[in-house]
Design a protein around this ligand. Structure first.
Ligand code: SDX
Length: 424
């Protein structure tokens, strides 16, 4: 951090505020002292507000760049695997070969759930949305692991990280199995992380499930591409929950709840619903006009981003992966892909989207891949949550292992001034 100053003139007052520079990215003005001047900053939606200092992920929205601990997302997607990316996000450096093997083995040995957790699933209706089940079950993990929830103990935080990374695929797959009335599948230690997830999703006790390597590779890429994304809405929720000293399972459950919204992680499910509603490339122009109509709540799901004002680098990798999966499955002529490709082409040429720098985001193509693999749309955000758990935990861990204060924003009050209760 440097020691430059910003000067704020308020009436006849001149207020000096410290400024800091990060490794890369915009400088920040430290406004903490303004409260002594009887002034707040005002930034609904936190468009121009840095809520914390972090060394985990950097996004350059103008250039469409995403770095995890300095490594570009496209290089990680091409050359790494999800568990190695988990290690990187958590520890700050790539593991040595020996560290990587030990980490993979450790995760493999934490994939089972306490058998009594099965009862949690039975409390839900079969048609419950899987995100509702995941939110409840993950929060309930804190009822099973009292022994390792001292947030001040680095070793206990590390064990909790391993448990969450390892158990989220099992919980996610069991959410699906419960919704279709099939028996839960236990994880297998002879499979990779992505293969195991496909096994628990599509396997059954009556025959051995052989994961398709192309589909397993695509799932691993999807996990990598959703792993972390700086201070997005759900990560900020986890940080705010963690700032009260709440246990990590409760904090992760708060992230799952925030991710569920269609403006955030729920967009991948909403993209598929939108493509199905469009139905045919002939109808695209009508929906483009709806998306531009301020009186119409319809938005082009999978388009736009608070930070990216260029292509979301994850969408590019996702688009390539979509082609690999669809050709592997002989679905090159998937009508939804045709609509998506035509929609992308039209939107990128339309003045409304160009002027507002609205490009496809991570959610635009992920749903097409997941649907082709046979995953129901109601499970899309569950898979996003499963992957983002490492990002949420890494940010929570970064915060609680340093100096932090409880998050407590202020407000611009526009309600009634003081008034007395009417005497009878
Ligand atoms: C994720 O933050 C993260 O990093 C999130 C995420 C992650 O990895 O954690 O990247 C994951 O959430 C990706 C985003 C998924 N959501 C969607 O695809 C839903 C559709 N997108 C929009 O809802 C919207 O673009 C947001 C929510 C993503 C961003 O909202 P902003 O930054 O508040 O932008 P805005 O609403 O102020 O829009 C600016 C303008 C507005 O028009 P004007 O008022 O200037 O005339 O662009 C318009 C908006 O109406 N606009 C859209 C649009 N997105 C923005 N118009 C039509 N369709 C859209 N999708």
């Amino acid at each position: 951090m440097t020691d430059r100053k910003a000067t704020l003139s308020v009436g006849d007052k001149s207020i000096e505020l410290p400024m800091y520079s990060g490794t890369v990215g915009p400088d920040v003005i430290d406004v903490r002292g303004l409260v002594q001047e009887g002034i707040f900053t005002y930034d609904p939606g936190f468009v121009s507000t840095a809520a914390c200092e972090s060394a985990i992920t950097y996004i350059d929205g103008a250039q469409g760049i995403l770095l995890h601990r300095g490594y570009p997302i496209d290089q990680l997607a091409e050359q790494s695997d999800f568990l190695e990316v988990c290690y990187l996000l958590l520890n700050g450096e790539l593991p040595s070969a020996e560290e990587n093997k030990r980490f993979h083995d450790t995760i493999k040995n934490h994939t089972m759930l306490h058998d009594q957790m099965r009862n949690f699933f039975n409390g839900f209706r079969r048609d419950a949305h899987p995100m509702a089940i995941m939110c409840g079950v993950v929060g309930a993990l804190s009822a099973f692991y009292h022994d390792q929830m001292d947030v001040t103990d680095p070793k206990q935080r590390e064990v909790t990280a391993h448990r969450l990374i390892a158990k989220m695929p099992t919980i996610a797959a069991w959410c699906y199995k419960y919704s279709v009335g099939q028996p839960f599948m236990y994880p297998r230690n002879d499979l990779s992380y992505a293969e195991n997830f496909l096994h628990m999703m599509f396997g059954n006790p009556c025959e051995e499930y052989k994961p398709n390597p192309v589909l397993a590779n695509a799932m691993d890429k999807i996990f990598i591409l959703h792993a972390d994304h700086e201070q997005n809405a759900s990560t900020s929720t986890v940080r705010l929950a963690g700032s009260t000293g709440a246990n990590p399972y409760a904090c992760i459950a708060s992230g799952i709840a925030a991710l569920w919204g269609p403006a955030h992680g729920g967009a991948n499910e909403a993209v598929l619903d939108m493509l199905a509603e469009i139905g045919d490339v002939e109808n695209i122009d009508t929906f483009i006009e709806k998306a531009k109509d301020k009186n119409d709540p319809f938005r082009l799901m999978g388009f736009g981003h608070r930070v990216y004002k260029n292509f979301d680098p994850r969408a590019k990798v996702m688009s390539e992966t979509a082609h690999q999966v669809l050709s592997e499955l002989g679905l090159e002529n998937d009508p939804l892909l045709k609509i998506a490709q035509r929609l992308e082409q039209i939107a990128l040429e339309d003045e409304y989207f160009v002027q507002r720098q609205l490009y496809p985001n991570v959610d635009f193509y992920s749903g097409i891949i997941l649907k082709a693999i046979g995953i129901p749309t109601s499970m899309f955000t569950v898979i996003f949550a499963m992957s983002r758990t490492i990002g949420w935990f890494s940010h929570w861990n970064e915060m609680v292992s340093g100096n932090y204060r409880i998050g407590r924003p202020r407000q611009l009050y526009t309600g009634s001034p003081k008034r007395d209760y009417p005497k009878n």
